[in-house]
Design a protein around this ligand. Structure first.
Ligand code: ZN
Length: 486
């Protein structure tokens, strides 16, 4: 295919999907509900948030260590013992060090780990209307790199831990705060490093992390999610080689045509529905807020995953389709070496998001079956990873989230979800530490523009998340953790 054709197809796809080409060009409306005056706890959280946003922690130019040290200084000043505060990381990456703080509980019950990442995606001053590394508050929004992903949660967890200590509240079991490096990439992932080198410091019964939160419709809560599983990111490379020759004498065998046919077969293929202990309740709960016909299809699919009529209806929304099954899509293409030569090589990248119950090698075998052309060689550099079947959400976490959602967010449904993207949660889950993305931070779909220009978060959502996490941790870490909900 010519590059012009590829470009035309790309433009069509953007138009068909209605993908906004410039989010920042949309008018920024005032977000209601920001508190007129701040409590001392809110003031402290805001100061921590500002300090974190204003330390550049982007890969290569920033320093996560500086942010970790700044938070460590706050814990030292608050009287946490020096032995319970660690700033540590790989010796060959002095800017990629993590903070681990332990707040000791009454008993030796297994701790609860509170996780947030300190690193952010790069933001260039020239791309932003203002300095991205300055926390701004305008019209009910916080603006700046990391205000949503993930310095909001890092600030909330830090502020709350300091507050527990100041208030003299002691949990039943230890609380561990880990603020880590390189979640966004960069090669020195803090969670992996801590698991490999200091597992004892972060070992926990389960962890609270990013990845969950609430969805707003307009300004009102619609539902509240707990992320409890993730799909597995895997790239496959399709390669076709050919002896080539003069283009004035074409032959039937042609690397570009073979590859194009293989990609069309992959496009036409739909992987089977595979539900698990997270996605099954996801569809049960989502049915409560969806239109009646779609809700009925979701319930039918939970009852019988082989119901193809129901699967087709639910799959009409690409977000739900991606929750039902493994997906694979062509994302890059190249081929040929001269306009007047038969192509000797054609390659494509096919990006798969694999359900956690399937293996990489099973998906590779499925792609080979679908393509059914031995001239198309399919390879991957991903190791064979399966995250196993996700378990149900810990009853204490679910009960506390439901209780607080009833009190704070109009009792909207609490919905377990499987992320189609990735967080650090899978690293902990693979190491046997169940991890729940839950935050009490609400936003309308896409409005935070995380990783993009003008990243923002509602001021109200920041203080609501702060209050939610303050209560959530108190409820799950005791005294008196809540019982399971029926
Ligand atoms: Zn993040």
């Amino acid at each position: 295919m010519s590059t012009a054709l590829v470009r035309a197809i790309g433009a069509l796809a953007v138009a068909a999907l209605g993908v906004p080409t410039c989010l920042a060009a949309q008018p920024r409306l005032t977000a209601p509900g920001a508190p007129a005056t701040l409590t001392p706890a809110q003031q402290q959280a805001r100061a921590i948030y500002k300090e974190l946003v204003e330390i550049n922690t982007a890969d290569s130019v920033g320093s996560v260590t500086r942010a970790a040290e700044a938070m460590a200084a706050r814990f030292r000043a608050a009287g946490f013992p020096a032995d319970d505060i660690h700033v540590l990381g790989p010796s060959d990456a002095p800017d990629k060090h993590n903070l681990v703080v332990r707040y000791r509980g009454r008993t030796r019950g297994k701790p609860v780990l509170l996780l947030a990442h300190l690193d952010v995606v790069q933001a260039l001053r020239a791309d932003w209307p203002q300095d991205p590394f300055e926390l701004r508050e305008e019209n009910g929004w916080f603006l700046g790199r990391g205000v949503a992903d993930d310095k909001s949660m890092a600030a909330m967890l830090t502020a709350n831990l300091l507050r527990y200590k100041a208030e003299g509240w002691v949990p039943e079991r230890d609380l561990i705060l880990a603020l880590t490096a390189d979640e966004e990439g960069g090669g020195h992932n803090g969670v992996s490093w801590l698991l490999a080198n200091h597992r004892d410091l972060i070992d926990a019964e389960y962890a609270i992390n990013e990845g969950g939160g609430g969805t707003l419709q307009g300004d009102d809560p619609l539902f509240h999610t707990i992320q409890a599983a993730e799909k597995v990111y895997t790239d496959f490379r399709l390669t076709v080689r050919n002896t080539g020759g003069h283009s004035s004498v074409p032959r039937k065998d042609n690397a570009i045509y073979s590859l194009a046919a293989a990609l069309q077969r992959i496009q036409a293929h739909t992987f089977p529905v595979e539900l698990n202990d997270v996605t099954r309740p996801f569809f049960e709960q989502t049915a409560k807020v969806e239109m009646p016909s779609l809700a009925a299809a979701m319930r039918a699919l939970v009852a019988d995953p082989a119901d193809t009529t129901a699967a087709r209806l639910v799959s009409m929304d690409p977000r739900y389709a991606a929750m039902l099954r493994t997906t694979c899509v062509a994302t890059m293409l190249s081929g040929g070496h001269a306009p007047n030569a038969l192509p000797q090589t054609a390659t494509a990248n096919v990006n798969c998001r694999i359900v956690p119950t399937s293996k990489t090698s099973d998906v590779q075998a499925a792609l080979e079956r679908v393509v059914s052309d031995s001239s198309v060689v399919i390879t991957t550099s991903s190791r064979d990873r399966t995250d196993g079947a996700p378990g149900p959400i810990h009853p204490a976490v679910l009960a506390a989230t439901v209780q607080l959602t009833n009190r704070m967010f109009n009792g909207v449904p609490v919905i377990p979800t499987m992320s189609t993207g990735a967080t650090d949660g899978y690293r902990l889950r693979n190491a046997g530490i169940p991890t729940y993305g839950v935050s009490g931070i609400f936003s309308a779909t896409g409005e935070t523009n995380a990783h993009g220009r003008d990243e923002k978060l509602r001021v109200k959502s920041f203080y609501d998340g702060l209050a939610f996490l303050y209560e959530l941790v108190r409820l799950v870490a005791g005294p008196n953790p809540p019982g399971p909900v029926s």
